[in-house]
Design a protein around this ligand. Structure first.
Ligand code: FES
Length: 157
C-alpha cells in the first residue's frame, strides 16, 4: 500500500515552486500532489490558483476534467475497467455491474475496508482484446466473468 504524506501547505508550496516555471505547470503539479498526498485535497485548488495567478474556477475545472485526479486517497488496490467504445461494444457494462455487486460499491468508490478503489478508464490501448481492465497498473485483456471474478478474488484476499 502506498504511503502518502498528510496535506501540508509548505510541502505543497515547494512542489508548486518546483514546477511553476515550466510551460503548462498545472498538470505536473497536480500529478505531483497526487503522488505525494494520494489525492488532490480541497485546499489544493486555492493554493495553486494563488501561486499560478489563476482563478480557482480554472484550477477546479482542470482537476474535475481529468478522471485520474482523486479527491480522496485510493484504497490499497485500484481496479479500473475500461468504458470506452471498443470495451462498451464488447460488454464491459455487464462486467462493471457484476463487480459493483461483488464489491458493494459503485464506480468511483472505495470499499469500506479500504481494500479496493473501483474506477472507470477511457481506453487502455487494449481495444483489440476488449473488454479490458487494469489492476494496480497491470493490464488485463479479454475480460469475462471468470476473469473479473479472479481479479476481485485477488484484491479481496
Ligand atoms: S476501448 Fe477499452 S481498451 Fe480501448
Amino acid at each position: 500500500m502506498p504511503l502518502f504524506e498528510p496535506w501540508n501547505v509548505d510541502r505543497a508550496s515547494a512542489i508548486i515552486a518546483e514546477f511553476r516555471d515550466r510551460e503548462g505547470p498545472m498538470l505536473p503539479i497536480l500529478h505531483a500532489f497526487q503522488d505525494t498526498f494520494g489525492c488532490i485535497p480541497e485546499d489544493a485548488a486555492p493554493l495553486i490558483a494563488d501561486k499560478l495567478n489563476l482563478s480557482r474556477a480554472e484550477v477546479h475545472g482542470v482537476i474535475t476534467f481529468y478522471h485520474d485526479f482523486r479527491r480522496k486517497p485510493a484504497g490499497q488496490h485500484v481496479l479500473k475497467v475500461c468504458r470506452a467504445e471498443a470495451c462498451q461494444s464488447m460488454g464491459c457494462d455487464a462486467l462493471i455491474a457484476r463487480a459493483e455487486t461483488k464489491l458493494g460499491v459503485s464506480l468511483g468508490e472505495t470499499t469500506a475496508d479500504g481494500r479496493v478503489t473501483f474506477e472507470s478508464v477511457y481506453c487502455l490501448g487494449l481495444c483489440a482484446t476488449a473488454p479490458s481492465a487494469m489492476l494496480d497498473g497491470r493490464v488485463v485483456g479479454r475480460l469475462n466473468e471468470r476473469r473479473i471474478d479472479a481479479l476481485l478474488a485477488e484484491v479481496q484476499r
